[in-house]
Design a protein around this ligand. Sequence first.
Ligand code: SAM
Length: 243
Amino acid sequence: MENIDRKAFSSALARAFSQNGMGGLLTMEKSEKFYRLTLRMLEENEKYNLTAIKEPEKIVLDHYADCASLVAHLPKKAKILDVGCGAGFPSLVLAVLRDDLDILAVDSTAKRVEYVKETAELLGLDNVRTLVARAEDLGRDAEHREKYDFVTARAVAELPILAELCLPLVRVGGAFLAMKGKNAAFELAAAKRAIPMLGGKPGKVIPTPLKSPSGGEEAHALIVIEKGAKTPAAYPRAYAQIS
Ligand code: SAM
C-alpha cells in the first residue's frame, strides 16, 4: 500500500495548478479524487506499467497540471475521444475536472484500458467510458468516424502520423488537440501536407508552458487542428502504410 501524506499532496497539487493559472479548477472534492488516483496509479504501476514518474510532487505537475491545460479549450458537454490514453492521460484528469464532458478513453493495449476502466469506476467518474481499439480501426468504423467534437492525444506519435489516426474521428466543425513539447512548431510544419488531405484546417500552436514550483519552465504546447471538411474515404490507412 502506497503511503502519501494527504495534506502535503493537496498543497503540492494546489501549487502546481495555481502556478499555472488554473487554481480555479480545483475543489476539495477534486483534490481528494486526484489523491486517490495517485495512490491507485502508484499501487498498480508494477502490474500495468503506467508511469515512469513516481514522485507525487512530479505527478501533480507533469501529469495533472499538464493535462489540465486542455480544460480551457473544451466547451460545456463536449464529446471527446482520447487516443492512446495509456494510464488515463489526459482522459482521467479531464473526467475529474469536468463532469459535464463525455469522454471515451481508447488504447490498443487491453491492460491499460482495464486499469482506466477500473479506476474510473473506483473514483465514481461516470463521464468516462473505455474501449480497447486501434485509432485507425475506429476511424474506419461508422460508429466512431467523424462522431467526436474533440479528439485528444498526448505522447502517442509524431504529428504526421497522429493526424491520420485522429482527424478522421473528429466531426466537421470540431478539432483535434495534440499535446506536444518544444518541437510542436516543427511537427506542425512536418504535417503541413497531410492535414488538409484529411479535412483539417491549417493548425496552430498554442504555447502552454508548464511552470514548476522551483521556478523552472517546460516548453509544452497544444497543437489545435480544426476540422473544416470531411475526411476522404481513403483515410485512415493501415498503420504500416501511415508510418
Ligand atoms: N496518453 C498517455 C500519456 O500521455 O501518458 C499514454 C502515452 S503512451 C506513451 C502511448 C499510448 O498510445 C500507449 O498506451 C499505446 O498503447 C497507445 N497507442 C499507440 N498507438 C495507438 C493506436 N494506433 N491506437 C490506439 N492506441 C495507440
